[in-house]
Design a protein around this ligand. Sequence first.
Ligand SMILES: C[S@@+](CC[C@H](N)C(=O)[O-])C[C@H]1O[C@@H](n2cnc3c(N)ncnc32)[C@H](O)[C@@H]1O
Length: 157
Amino acid sequence: MMNYTEPYISTPEDIIPKMLTLASVMPNEMVFDLGSGDGRMVITAAKDFHARVVGVEIRRRLVRECRRKVRMMGLSHQITISCRNFKKVSLRKADVLAMYLSSYTLNLLAPKFMKELRPGVRIVNFDYQIPDWTTAREIEVMPAGWEKPHSIFLYVM
Ligand SMILES: C[S@@+](CC[C@H](N)C(=O)[O-])C[C@H]1O[C@@H](n2cnc3c(N)ncnc32)[C@H](O)[C@@H]1O
């Protein structure tokens, strides 16, 4: 499917609650972050939105860092961090995908989304659209310290 590995750039902290609110994350829902980085998205989804969360991350250093934070915050019962390639992970249990991936990678994942995500599943992505998909909503946000506004895109399967 792909050999390109998305670089690690974290979503600005102040944007994460906005993404999860746009996706209407409810307590106990299953939220996936494909490429979960240092875990900031998964931790906020568990701690502030009371979701069950799966983070999938290919870089071992980030997985270690994230797992340590999850343990320290006492969120291990809500969060699973999988050190895997996200193209190999089943998305069938997801209610929400909350991610920061490029349009290139989203385009490669789009057939998997179509195959595995149930109707009604919400996808939110920071900054990049899924090519050729119709957004349910787009909101403009200004991350703290950034110079220009950026967008969060919402899709509903
Ligand atoms: C732009 S960063 C987003 C990090 C995090 N979601 C956030 O919002 O702060 C993308 C992440 O995807 C990870 N990644 C890239 N390709 C991957 C793959 N095939 N499987 C799992 N993780 C991957 C990278 O290591 C990186 O941490």
